[in-house]
Ligand binder design. Structure first.
Ligand code: KG4
Ligand code: ZN
Length: 353
């Protein structure tokens, strides 16, 4: 049955649930997935982390070239895994932005070609919206309104999800994104790219109270974030410790930094949910893979009798399944794109107000 959050009566009476091929190439993961409604039939991700690691961050040109070599194989595999062929598809979905321009172009060119050759609808998906939809896998009955914290490598957004596809942006980062701060501090600590998972690992062995780092904008009366000052505080801390020739453990710096980020994210999110009189929080995007953060949110939510939902781990970081879940909603509403659709590297979340 099609959920009643979706509104196309024509398709509802047909009880039609389209099989969607979804493609994701916005940054350094090449991904293809097959989805039907909120069911993920197959989801494959080829990470380029090892290719970018020697450079300490994503090299855009390299990312595009790696997408080109991986994408066809991933699509073939995603279909073969569940014994489907191109003829079985009802639509082709792709992230068109935000992301790296060249990287996005690979996925979009591929999706357009398939949609044209197969004569199937093309669905252009906003990558940020796809992250929001990622919570629906495993939580298909989640109904708006709820507060969604989107924390990825490029974005930190606090969003009131009024309905699916109807959003109010409550706040966002004024400088670095949460994931970007993890990556930059990871670099300062001499950890390999990407810093997020590495800091989590190091922090698990550290003392989060070892160093008193700033909690930027913690008490500001808006819902914005700022992480660049926190990163600078870590630079000064490391410099001071080295100058004073103090014995210190990097794991303690990692734990103190992670705690400062988690404190700000949690405090603003709880304030947003209470201010809007809501009971549910979704936390999505790469940083939501962080176990410490998950536990901290779960503890606070239980205390305040709130519900907090995370995507399954594999859907926290970039993947194509979330693109398919968002595309289903667009399909049902016949929100298709023409073959002239372009990439939008700076695309924001479609805001209702
Ligand atoms: O959502 P995502 O895969 O890509 C973007 O859309 O940006 O997010 C990637 C970001 C990176 O900054 C990475 O360091 C961070 O998510 N990340 C983590 C963890 N896993 C990935 N940050 C903290 N803890 C983690 N376990
Ligand atoms: Zn992402």
């Amino acid at each position: 049955m099609i959920d009643d959050v979706f509104s196309n009566p024509e398709l509802r009476t047909l009880n039609f649930e389209p099989l969607i091929l979804a493609i994701e190439t916005s940054c350094d993961e090449t991904a293809a997935a097959l989805t039907r409604r909120y069911e993920i039939l197959s989801s494959l991700v080829s990470s380029q982390v090892k290719d970018h690691q020697p450079y300490g961050g994503v090299v855009p040109e390299l990312a595009s070239r790696k997408h080109i070599t991986a994408i066809n194989f991933l699509i073939d595999e995603a279909l073969a895994e569940v014994n489907k062929s191109f003829d079985d598809l009802d639509g082709v979905a792709v992230s068109t932005g935000p992301g790296l321009v060249g990287a996005l172009m690979v996925g979009v060119a591929c999706a357009k070609t398939l949609a044209f050759v197969l004569n199937k609808p093309l669905i252009a998906v906003n990558h940020l919206e796809a992250h929001i939809f990622s919570v629906l896998a495993g939580n298909p009955h989640l109904k708006p309104p709820f507060i969604c914290l989107v924390i990825s490598g490029g974005h930190t957004l606090l969003v009131l999800v009024k309905e699916f596809a109807l959003y109010q942006l409550l706040g966002q980062t004024l400088d670095d994104a949460a994931g970007e701060a993890f990556d930059k501090v990871g670099k300062l600590l001499g950890l390999p790219y990407p810093g997020g998972p590495q800091i989590e690992k190091a922090a698990a062995r550290g003392n989060k109270a070892a160093f008193d780092l700033p909690r930027p904008l913690l008490n500001s009366d808006d819902f914005n974030f700022s992480f660049s000052g926190l990163k600078t505080a870590v630079v000064y801390l490391l410099r001071r410790l080295k100058e004073q020739k103090k014995d210190f453990r990097l794991v303690d710096v990692a734990a103190s930094f992670q705690e400062a980020v988690a404190d700000v994210l949690l405090s603003k999110t709880i304030r947003a949910v209470n201010q809007h009189g809501l009971k549910s929080i979704a936390v999505v995007g790469g940083v939501s893979a962080n176990n410490y953060l998950r536990q901290k949110f779960e503890k606070a939510a239980a205390k305040d009798q709130l519900q907090v939902i995370f995507p399954v781990k594999e859907l926290s970081t970039d993947n194509a399944a979330m693109v398919g879940l968002a595309a289903y909603h667009q399909y049902i509403n016949k929100n298709f794109s023409g073959l002239d659709v372009g990439v939008e590297p700076n695309l924001g979340l479609p805001a209702s107000s």
